[in-house]
Design a protein around this ligand. Structure first.
Ligand SMILES: [Zn+2]
Length: 220
């Protein structure tokens, strides 16, 4: 005949299960974080490839934060290359998964979204490099003229998109203000480069990586 568990034995089993769960939880959260980092890398790779396709169709023009000549934002220009549609103020922009980092906390409460994201339909937590905003007439980088694949000296060292804190700054990433970027992948930010590869940086290394993107030939 089988003997029933005593209370002491039951408590010991519960304690052991609790200890095992406590050991597993950090491992599980690490796995979850790594999965989000990988998914973010996939998004950045898709954004980079979309930008390369866009440039090919636009005689080499690198997509801009906002281009007066084409009068629109990079989110509009790249959407067709991601088999998506995107327009200002549209609730369906939520469905464009490539514009959101899976590590941004999700939903409308992400700390990295603009505070007016819901009004604008701007569910975007990636930023584009400041060099790609140089189409602004008279802007700081306007002296370089239009940025094209030809004027970029090393596409493999040109970080175009990256994990961004859109709440801190809604426009573009540069090397001066680390608050613009978001080191949300276990202390690292990820970047998509103009040759299609994806990299990651710490707060210590990202400045050098993003500084390399200023290595372009002035068009005029
Ligand atoms: Zn990310």
């Amino acid at each position: 005949m089988r003997r029933a568990f005593s209370l002491i034995e039951l408590l010991i089993v519960i304690a052991i299960v609790g200890i095992l769960a406590g050991m597993l939880m950090p491992a599980l959260s690490t796995v979850r974080a790594l999965a989000k980092q990988a998914a973010c890398g996939s998004h950045l790779g898709q954004l980079s490839m979309a930008a390369i396709s866009y440039a090919t169709d636009q005689r080499g023009l690198v997509v801009a934060y906002w281009s007066p000549s084409l009068n629109q934002h990079w989110t509009i220009h790249l959407a067709p290359y991601l088999e998506q549609t995107w327009a200002w103020y549209q609730p369906r922009n939520r469905l464009v998964k490539q514009y959101r980092c899976p590590g941004d906390g999700g939903g409308d409460n992400s700390p990295y979204l603009r505070s007016d994201a819901a009004t604008l339909g701007y569910w975007v937590t990636y930023g584009i490099h400041q060099m790609a905003s140089c189409y602004y007439a008279g802007a700081h980088w306007g002296k370089y003229g239009e940025l094209t694949l030809r004027t970029v000296k090393d596409r493999g060292r040109f970080a175009l998109f990256g994990d961004m804190n859109c709440k801190a700054w809604s426009q573009s990433i540069n090397t001066d203000w680390a608050t613009m970027t978001s080191f949300r992948h276990r202390g690292r930010m990820q970047s998509g480069f103009l040759d299609g590869h994806v990299g990651s940086d710490t707060p210590t290394t990202y400045g050098t990586t993003w500084w390399d993107s200023y290595n372009v030939t002035p068009a005029n």
